[in-house]
Design a protein around this ligand. Sequence first.
Ligand SMILES: Cc1cc2nc3c(=O)[nH]c(=O)nc-3n(C[C@H](O)[C@H](O)[C@H](O)COP(=O)(O)OP(=O)(O)OC[C@H]3O[C@@H](n4cnc5c(N)ncnc54)[C@H](O)[C@@H]3O)c2cc1C
Length: 299
Amino acid sequence: MNVVFPRSLPELFAALAEPGARILAGGTDLLVRLRAQPEAAAPATLVSLERIAALHNVAEEAGGQSHSLDGVFGPARLPGTLHRVVRLGAACTHAELLAHPLVRARLPVLAQALAVLGSPPVRNMGTLGGNLCTASPAGDCLPPLLALGAEVELASASGARRLALADFLLGPGRTALAPGEALIAVHVPVPGVDVRQHFEKVGRREALAVAVVSLAALVRLGHGGIIAEARLAWGSVGPTVWRCPEAEAALIGRRLSLTALSEAAALVRARVRPIDDVRASADYRREVAGNLLLRLAEL
Ligand SMILES: Cc1cc2nc3c(=O)[nH]c(=O)nc-3n(C[C@H](O)[C@H](O)[C@H](O)COP(=O)(O)OP(=O)(O)OC[C@H]3O[C@@H](n4cnc5c(N)ncnc54)[C@H](O)[C@@H]3O)c2cc1C
């Protein structure tokens, strides 16, 4: 197998246009899969993202420059959010993002998820782009980014496009990436200071655990501590990240109390459709999906 190291986006797109080419980011998913299934057709060429500086940037941009604020993305944004967007390069490692001041200050819900993703070696090698393109229902970056209303920037030799993350993730291992296309960056609207952010993952052990159920929550408290908006996204309870509009709506106009959260949790348990697998039963996942909401009373 050949490995190539393009140094720019045009070089990347040229390499991806070759038959049998496949992107290699950190390799923590891809190389494990290739080793586990040696009989599967191996890519002729692995195209490494390591040396493309444009994919390693993190920057805050004025929202006015962002496609996400011109109406296409409007309904997905919390009304309290500032007109700022954090652009995360797809090849940033989890460790780089976790250490980045912008991520820690503006997107604590993502930082909380990155802190419990895998182990230090996995965070040092694994990238944001790899996590999203693997599209595992247990991928730890997915619930926070969906709750935040993130958009993905995709590009190929024939041009660039932007998609809401919800439209990018099609199912386990399936995304809207077209042949020859790469995920370039993730654009995340910055929530206002009145938005509380929270992530929690339940696994089968304390460390290096794949999510059995996870929840990312953004709750905007208005005047008098009344909930003005809630965005809730669960991982590992369906083929892709799952939101429960009924539970979100039930919280509006209430205080962040155990009573309100218990009522919303009952709606979650009634609507969520998890599966049984080697890590947990569907019944356990349903119960925990509701219980994770109760933690928001501590925010
Ligand atoms: C021991 C271990 C523990 C783990 N624990 C966790 C965990 O707790 N939580 C979790 O979420 N994940 C976990 N993972 C999975 C994995 O580490 C993450 O999903 C990681 O983010 C994958 O990123 P990567 O850069 O290594 O992707 P790679 O393996 O390099 O690539 C994965 C897939 O995405 C494609 N791809 C990568 N980047 C791009 C791009 N920019 N554009 C288009 N396609 C792209 C590749 O072609 C490949 O198909 C674990 C893995 C291991 C081995």
